[in-house]
Design a binder for this molecule. Sequence first.
Ligand code: FES
Length: 108
Amino acid sequence: MADQTNRGAGVSRVVGSTDEISKGEPLVVDVDDEEIAVFYEDGEYFAVNNVCPHQGGPLGEGKVEDKCVYCPWHGWGFDIESGDHPHSDHSVETYSVTVEGDEIRVER
Ligand code: FES
């Protein structure tokens, strides 16, 4: 696969281009049957598993404030950098994001 590169611990994949994503408009991509939401906030890119650990809500459709995405179903918030839910032991998986040219790559 031309858009896949092995790098250290994980596999880096091109998931989209920078013109497909903007603040408040995350990109949801399917990587190996796993939905990943990619966010652009404060000049940085972040990626989390799109499936909310509460009841499976689509985090990529949630509102983001102060690097926290709020699930559209019941409002749980998760830090898009750490994946942590601030008031419980729940968390979402996060992924490393790099940008090369206009290509957005997610490592998993
Ligand atoms: S499914 Fe996300 S808060 Fe309930």
